[in-house]
Design a protein around this ligand. Structure first.
Ligand code: MSP
Length: 651
């Protein structure tokens, strides 16, 4: 049996999984299912990328040690994949000691082959990407994420591999796909490759170098090795492990932003280590939401599980693989998802399955009739065309086109039923009516069976239900796509009881529910990541004062009677505050960026009543409102509950 080994990137565990991560993993799971249904012994590896500064920082922000933090998030990823029914075979955490064995071994091989040297390096470092970036990239990035770093590093002689890499891309045009990504990688390599820093001495949360434990591996040298460590490379009994059987990998499936790491750095590391190269790097596009690539920092995140609750995993898988051309960017929208679900799953295959089985129950005693000699509406010929088409598209990861091929058959079947009207044939006494009725039902059920097998990699749950409705035994996933032929449905098979495979949705309500569940998931994630970001402990280091000094400050409870923004000032609000005196005071407060005037009305606030009047923006302030803030942070007004007497003095 040919083997097929496939990977997803290993995901950073600085945040909980979102639908972007699910997208890659769903696509990989689909590819694996296709390969299995084509007779391959197919395996999928995934995992979590746990080292580096970004994760370390997120852990600290959650008030946890990196290991505790990554335990939690890595488990959240695994739970997510399990909940979504994604069938990975290997899950490697980079914090697993077995992973370190592989990283060290590859490093030592590179070192022995002269591909590694030590040097000092100063450069612009992108904290988000955990990588040194070019001056140009640094200029384009968020300035908050760019810092200058000088340190002793171990370097990999990437420049030595330029020629061999170019030869690789030229001699194996499939090495990087799709074509646009291949061109990009080729252009990058042709422009000249600089040596690559592969260690950090400034970082603790990582794998120490075997020859210099003050350094830890730079995340990419560490992370890429997961594809080998997960199958046992580096372990003593590697011969017994899956490594011998599965390496080299057939496909690295990645998002397009990390194609360079996989198609340039990774093969170069392997060349230097004298190890076999991957066969292909395949880069898909981004899911775009609210105008940008989903990212934690932008906050435009959608999660997969709330969607699963409403449309099932099939609904999510189908939408992602049908609506977006694999390889290109695509917009995500809850509404489009619900509309697609209704049109193609509920009203499409689901409806066809329930119609067909209910007619079989009514007119054929719940059994599949024989094919008979009635008109077949060209369905057998169409199926013979759609089967290889779908397979070819699947093999090229053109999921939307593979699905279109299956839907061509389903749509034609719907039409065929309408043309022959079994419900009329059943009542007709005309000669030949019964024969046509049986042929119509046989052909419809058979077309449905074929579509069901073709669709099983993308909508496994529904396909299995339809399979059972058609009275088929075992798992539809155990069928072979490449031996799928018209006529496989046996006469006399007892069909299953009619049931809604994909219940129809009210689109508006479905969207509302997905959004509500999304809000809940967000709250849950906040708990996962630690609610309150921890900070450096504060130092209260103002000089001590005597009680008499404090007594000099007269702070009183005031009631805000009116509030308006001061023209031409971003910060100032003018308040009329009742302190219980014969007349309210006019007080200016720099709180306009945090409070709307209407939110201030009727509040009881703390007022420094004996402050010398001050002039601001041409107006006089007769006192000061007390607010709390951390340096540079938003002001929070001190307040008092209703019923606190106006004019009461604090002390
Ligand atoms: N840890 C690195 C990869 C190391 S592989 C040796 C990393 N992790 S990540 O968590 O940022 O995940 C990256 C992958 O998640 C992308 O390459 C892509 O496969 C998937 N996606 C994350 N966000 C996505 C979208 N908005 N859209 C599509 N895929 C997305 O990079």
């Amino acid at each position: 049996m040919p083997k097929f080994y496939l990977s997803t990137p290993i995901y950073y565990v600085n945040a909980a999984p979102h639908i972007g991560h699910a997208y890659t993993t769903i696509a990989a799971d689909t590819i694996k299912r296709v390969r299995r249904m084509l007779g391959d012994d197919a395996y999928l590896t995934t995992g979590s990328d746990e080292h580096g500064q970004k994760v370390e920082r997120s852990a600290r922000a959650a008030g946890l040690e990196p290991k505790q933090f990554t335990d939690r998030i890595s488990a959240a990823f695994r739970e997510e994949w399990d909940e979504l029914g994604l069938e990975y075979d290997f899950f490697r955490r980079t914090s697993d000691p077995r992973h370190a064995l592989a990283v060290r071994k590859i490093f030592e091989r590179c070192l022995a082959n002269g591909a590694i040297y030590k040097d000092s390096y100063t450069g612009k470092y992108h904290l988000g990407d955990e990588a040194f970036v070019t001056e140009d990239e640094a200029r384009r990035a968020d300035p908050e994420l760019i810092t200058t770093v000088t340190e002793e590093n171990y370097f990999f002689r990437l420049s030595d591999y330029q020629q061999r890499l170019i030869e690789l891309y030229e001699s194996q045009p499939d090495f990087v796909q799709p074509e646009a990504r291949r061109n990009e990688v080729l252009a990058f390599a042709r422009a000249g490759l600089k040596d690559l820093s592969i260690s950090r001495s400034s970082l603790r949360w990582g794998i120490p170098l075997p020859n210099d434990p003050d350094h830890v591996f730079y995340v990419w040298f560490d992370a890429l090795t997961t594809y080998m460590s997960s199958i046992g490379y580096g372990e003593e009994d590697a011969k017994q492990t899956d490594y011998e059987r599965l390496w080299p990998i057939d496909v690295h499936l990645v998002g397009k932003e990390i194609v360079r790491f996989h198609a340039v750095y990774w093969p170069a590391f392997l060349m230097a280590a004298g190890l076999p190269l991957p066969k292909q790097v395949w880069a898909h596009g981004w899911l775009i939401f609210q105008g940008g690539k989903m990212s934690k920092t932008k906050g435009n995140i959608v999660r997969a599980l709330p969607i699963k609750e409403v449309v099932g995993t099939d609904g999510l898988r189908y939408y992602l693989l049908r609506e977006i051309v694999f390889g290109q960017d695509g917009n995500f929208s809850h509404e489009a998802l619900a509309v697609r679900y209704n049109a193609d799953l509920a009203n499409g295959i689901g409806n066809l399955a329930s119609r067909t089985t209910s007619m079989l129950s009514r007119y054929c005693d719940g059994r599949i009739p024989s094919q008979g000699s009635g008109q077949s509406g060209g369905l057998p010929e169409l199926a013979a065309k759609c089967i290889p088409e779908a397979i070819q598209h699947y093999e090229k990861f053109a999921f939307s086109r593979a699905l279109e091929a299956a839907w061509t058959l389903l749509a034609r079947t719907d039409k065929y039923i309408v043309e022959h009207r079994p419900w009329v044939l059943a009542k007709s006494g005309e000669p030949g009516a019964r024969a046509q009725l049986e042929s119509t039902l046989y052909n419809s059920a058979e077309a449905l069976r074929i579509a069901c097998v073709l669709l099983a990699p993308v909508i496994p749950d529904g396909a299995q239900k339809v399979w059972q409705l058609l009275g088929q035994e075992g798992k539809v996933a155990a069928q072979r796509l490449d031996s799928l032929r018209w006529g496989g449905l046996g006469a006399n098979t007892v069909v299953g009881k009619q049931a809604a495979v994909y219940p129809r949705l009210d689109v508006g309500k479905a969207v509302e529910r997905m959004e509500a569940l999304e809000a809940e998931a967000l709250a849950q994630q906040a708990r996962l990541l630690g609610k309150e970001p921890s900070r450096e402990p504060l130092e209260v280091d103002t000089p001590e004062i005597e009680i008499g000094d404090f007594a000099k400050v007269d702070i009183r409870v005031g009631l805000v009677l009116s509030a308006e923004r001061v023209e031409n000032s971003k910060k100032l609000v003018q308040l009329q505050v009742d302190l219980g005196e014969h007349k309210p005071r006019s007080i200016l407060a720099g709180i306009a960026e945090s409070y709307r005037p209407e939110d201030l009305l009727g509040r009881r606030v703390a007022v420094v009543a004996n402050l010398k009047p001050r002039k601001m923006m041409g107006r006089v302030s007769q006192g000061m409102i007390v607010a709390a803030s951390l340096e540079g942070g938003d002001p929070h007004l001190a307040g008092f509950p209703d019923g606190t007497p106006i004019g009461a003095r604090l002390g």
